[in-house]
Design a protein around this ligand. Structure first.
Ligand code: GAL
Length: 142
């Protein structure tokens, strides 16, 4: 698991993105763009590839006041289990864009303001090499 603080507020004035270099992922993992690191924080974007379901898919959701909203699923996983990939999240006015291996994968409409998001949390069966933040430009090697 990795919990990292996003330094400085997310805004649209400067480009904002997070890039993650996982080594491999196995069963299921998630990346949360969330507000703080307490238990059950508000989660603006929960990005959750699941390979343990008979139909591999990626589930995305938002948690507000400890409650999940409706899940958005894509029955397609652009990364291959056990292989290295890159994951990038772009913060846009209306959406987060998720880019996998440099290719656009999905848009997720904001269900809460991204301005409260200050933490990135990664958990599950995934090994992470490093995470980079564009604003300010910082790379954290794990
Ligand atoms: C639940 C799962 C949570 C989270 C949520 C998202 O079924 O237990 O970890 O992924 O779905 O909708």
């Amino acid at each position: 698991p990795f919990t990292g603080c996003i330094q400085g507020a997310l805004d649209l004035v400067k480009p904002n993105h997070f890039k993650i270099w996982p080594l491999s992922s196995l069963c299921r993992f998630h990346v949360n763009l969330q507000c703080g690191s307490k238990e059950k924080p508000d989660v603006a974007l929960h990005f959750n590839p699941r390979y343990d379901d008979s139909r591999h898919h990626v589930a995305c959701n938002t948690m507000l006041c400890s409650k999940w909203g409706p899940e958005e699923r894509k029955y397609y996983t652009p990364m291959t289990q056990g292989e290295r990939f890159t994951l990038m999240f772009l913060v846009n006015r209306d959406t987060y864009s998720v880019i996998v291996n440099g290719v656009h994968f999905m848009e997720y409409l904001h269900r809460m303001s991204f301005t409260g998001v200050d933490t990135i949390f990664v958990h599950g069966e995934v090994e992470i090499d490093s995470i980079a933040f564009s604003n300010p430009a910082v790379t954290v090697s794990i």
